[in-house]
Design a protein around this ligand. Sequence first.
Ligand code: AMP
Length: 127
Amino acid sequence: MAYQYDDTNVFARILRGEIPNKTVLETEHTLAFHDIGPQAPVHVLVIPKGRYVTFDHFAAEASEAEIADFTRTAGEVCRMLGVRPGEGGQGYRTIANAGLHGVQEVPHYHMHILGGRILGRMVARAD
Ligand code: AMP
């Protein structure tokens, strides 16, 4: 299956510098920035700079360097935000929504890092 990437999505525009973001950390292949509508005291998005739609797209087609950089950057963001359990932090949750059932709004792969409060059950019933 060929993945269809939409270059007009808001994260593509952030990566092109067309709209601003509150950057937490930027590396060669990855950008982490604060979510514009935070759902917890800590709510950061980690995105690859490459044109990937979903986690599975990234996993299938990203280079080893991109995957390693993304993963290490996300971990470093957890350290920077002070949410790592055992080092004064109280923990966090990572989420990657994909497609219709995942209720993905922005079609550029991103990992949410949420923390700063007890986050409740993992999945709320939609019905
Ligand atoms: P998702 O539903 O997983 O696709 O989440 C998309 C997330 O992107 C939401 O949490 C939005 O609040 C966030 N978002 C949308 N536009 C921006 C923006 N310009 N800067 C930062 N976060 C954004």
